[in-house]
Write a protein that binds this ligand. Structure first.
Ligand code: FMN
Length: 220
């Protein structure tokens, strides 16, 4: 099986999307898949890279798209890329039964904010002739971004269990079981603790940049 991870975050090499998709890709590799990781943002800036990315999608048996939630929806660059795929994939020969899996993470603590984005991905998969392998939604993405899941300690245990289940199903050409989708959507930590840490992060950054007393400034 050829599995392709498309990372749809502009934070190259340090995003939650890459942490999540990267772990799943590793689990697929352990189970014998041939794996490849590509970034969407840089590909949109170069015709050559975009052509290479589209042909990588056309060759893959499983396409995994991992992206953040932006304003309750998909990042504009991801929308642009999916529209391009929809226009151009018809010109390529593709393996039978190509699967498409979406992983969406958001900054709010609750995973359900990603539901609309997952529906959009599912519609895309249907329109472009992919079998829908499922949608995996996670909240509190800022808590795990940029480092391997194994280094996030206990709070990542459900996420790891979810991807282990997902990899076992995907390698057999099956969709991700509901149990895996439910596990990844569980809160990483109590919402109050995530908000507390988030606020603390803002205050520390403001102190670092000398803007502590300007935090509530608004443009008139
Ligand atoms: C422009 C922008 C819009 C965002 N909109 C939302 C949103 O509507 N809901 C939400 O929960 N998080 C939102 N976020 C937060 C990101 O989804 C969150 O930080 C996520 O973990 C980033 O994932 P990444 O590291 O893979 O890029 C937004 C972030 C940015 C930069």
């Amino acid at each position: 099986m050829k599995a392709l991870l498309l990372v749809g975050s502009p934070r190259l090499g340090r995003s939650a999307s890459e942490t999540l998709g990267g772990y799943l890709l590793e689990q697929l590799a352990v189970r014998g898949a041939e794996t490849e990781k590509q970034y969407i943002y840089p590909a949109l800036k170069s015709g050559e890279k975009l052509d290479a990315l589209i042909s990588a999608v056309a060759r893959a048996n499983l396409v995994i798209l991992a992206a953040p939630l932006y304003v309750g929806s998909l990042p504009a660059a991801v929308i642009k890329f999916l529209e391009t795929l929809a226009q151009r994939l018809g010109a390529y020969e593709r393996p039978d039964g190509q699967q498409f899996l979406a992983i969406s993470n958001c900054g709010f603590p609750e995973a359900h904010h990603n539901n609309l984005a997952l529906e959009i991905y599912r519609r895309f998969a249907y329109e472009v002739g992919f079998a829908w392998a499922g949608g995996m939604a996670m909240g509190a993405g800022e808590a795990i971004k940029g480092r391997p899941l194994a280094e996030s300690g206990g709070m990542a245990r459900n996420v790891i269990a979810a991807f282990d289940l997902a990899a076992a199903a995907l390698i057999e050409g099956k969709p991700v079981p509901q149990e895996a989708q439910d596990l990844i959507a569980r809160p990483l930590m109590p919402a109050w603790l995530y908000r507390f840490m988030g606020n603390l992060g803002w205050y520390l950054q403001a102190r670092q940049y000398g803007t502590l007393w300007k935090l509530r400034t608004r443009a008139l």
